[in-house]
Ligand binder design. Structure first.
Ligand code: XMP
Length: 492
């Protein structure tokens, strides 16, 4: 056998603070850099950013916010399948141009004005197509039609109050034509009908304006916002339900995907769904080789996360820059995108991960303090915080996330956690955090002289930084008087 002392001839593995991007000749204006990327073989994003599948980071609201800004939210899986399906639908419906028939709130001609008024209030809509039993559109009723009836004619039928000269459009209508119709006729909604005047959908002014406002949004082929979903290593049922509900990318959510049972199950899941399947987490060349033949993406990160204790608890892990580079060496030639997951504190870390070979980055702590993250704001010593906890923490595993760590606890037995429960400063809106994060990454592209993510991956070079060099890189010898929106010494 090999002498044990041979084991001590160890290779070096590096992380974010060990390296810096070498500045290079450039004509690239950061604002002009194109940051679009592939997150998986068939899914493109307009910014290379994902929010983590954690129960204090990504539910429907975060996923809507991420997709509107051009990125992707990955729903966590500490929720039952039914709720997951509802959260997926919430994202998919959010800025839909044509609301599908099943989602349209309609009135019947024989309802009373009072009933319809209450229904519209309950459903949160300000108008509704009026349809008969076989869905033929008879008219449209809105708050303006109802108002004159409120005091005196509340028990009159809808057919009395509705506008019966209704403007409709055919299935093929596009946003521009629908808007023109609405401007011409001074109306806010247009029912979409088939050849027999039957209702098949609804276009609203508000829906169109939302889409205009978020031109950079990440959308599927039908124009709906994109959403990712975490599924457990052996959760075929959850995977199929997410796929049926329209999820764009499934993320096999495991702390050590180089487990052969996990890989077998991931392979099976891949065969039973249409959505792309990203396999993770991996951190070595060997793990990448074991999954690259079937995965639509590989997610990298063994223990770099801010709330992770995997490395101290298990003694295993891979510093993140080396892990990303090893996986990318295997994935890039096969055209499989790589996602760097965890450990990103600053925009500079995010763009270093891309230089090391990642196509996109996933962040947890960076977003956990935003308005869109689940959970409420708490105040301690006059400062505002939100809860942030590892999915391998005792609290999160009790709520259902144990198998990510391939762990179970029997009745009365304690979990062996690999994460902590914490609080993170409250940060305001996701949009302003993303603006700083992506803006910083664009600056990195400017320093390297690369106008696109693929060009940046090729052109960027690293230099090794000593601890003296690292200290030089942070503000030093001064007392910070005003907080910068993208720098906090606490993040170190
Ligand atoms: P950041 O650093 O962005 O990391 O907060 C988020 C990523 O950390 C992983 N994660 C964990 N890792 N124990 C771990 O070892 C945990 O309890 C835990 N919870 C999350 C996960 O990959 C996430 O995206």
């Amino acid at each position: 056998t090999e002498p044990f002392s041979e084991k001590l001839r160890v290779p070096e593995a590096l992380t974010f603070d060990d390296v810096l991007l070498r500045p290079a000749e450039s004509r690239v204006e950061p604002d002009a850099a194109d940051v679009s990327t592939h997150v998986s073989k068939n899914v493109r994003l307009n910014i290379p950013i994902l929010s983590a599948a954690m129960d204090t980071v990504t539910e429907g609201e975060m996923a809507v916010g991420m997709a509107r800004e051009g990125g992707l939210g990955v729903l966590h899986r500490n929720m039952d399948v039914e709720r997951m399906v509802a959260e997926i639908s919430r994202v998919k419906r959010a800025d839909e141009l044509v609301i599908r028939r099943d989602d349209v709130v309609t009135a019947s001609p024989t309802q009373t004005v009072r009933e319809v008024d209450a229904m519209m209030e309950r459903e949160g809509v300000s108008g509704a197509p009026v349809v008969d039993d076989d869905d033929t559109v008879l008219g449209i009723i809105s708050g303006t039609d109802i108002r004159p009836y409120l005091e005196v004619g509340e028990s009159d039928q809808v057919r009395e109050a509705m506008t019966d000269e209704v403007i409709t459009a055919p299935r093929e209508v596009d946003a521009r034509a629908a808007l023109e119709l609405m401007y011409d006729h001074k109306i806010e909604r247009v029912p979409i009908v088939d050849g027999d005047e039957r209702l098949v959908g609804l276009v609203t002014m508000q829906g169109i304006l939302q889409r205009r406002e978020h031109e950079n949004a990440a959308r599927d082929d039908d124009g709906r916002l994109r959403v990712g979903v975490a599924v457990g290593p052996f959760e075929t049922d959850r995977a199929e339900a997410a796929d049926d509900a329209g999820a764009d990318v499934l993320f096999i959510d495991c702390a050590h995907a180089h487990n052969l049972d996990v890989l077998d199950s991931a392979r099976e899941i891949k065969q039973s769904v249409d959505a792309d399947v990203v396999v993770g987490n991996v951190g070595t060349e060997e793990a990448a080789e074991a999954a690259v033949d079937f995965a639509d993406g590989l997610k990298v990160g063994i223990g770099p996360g801010s709330i992770c204790t995997t490395r101290v608890v298990s003694g295993a892990g891979m510093p993140q820059i080396t892990a990303v580079a090893e996986v990318a060496d295997v994935a890039a030639p096969e055209g499989v995108p790589v996602i760097a997951d965890g450990g990103i504190r600053y925009s500079g870390d995010a763009i270093k991960a891309i230089a090391a070979g990642a196509d996109a980055v996933m962040l947890g702590s960076y977003f956990a303090g935003t308005e869109e993250a689940p959970g409420r704001v708490i105040t301690m010593n006059g400062k505002k915080y939100k809860q942030y906890r590892g999915m391998g923490s005792v609290g999160a595993m009790k709520s259902g996330g144990g198998e990510r760590y391939l762990k179970e606890a029997d009745e009365g037995e304690e979990f062996v956690p690999e994460g902590v429960e914490a609080a993170t400063p409250y940060k305001g809106t996701l949009a302003s955090e993303l603006h700083q994060l992506v803006g910083g990454m664009r600056s990195g592209m400017g320093y390297v002289g690369a106008a696109t993510i693929p060009a940046f991956k090729q052109r960027s070079e690293f230099v090794r930084v000593s601890s003296a060099g690292q200290a030089e890189g942070h503000p030093h010898d001064v007392m910070i008087t005003d907080e910068a929106p993208n720098y906090s010494p606490d993040r170190d």
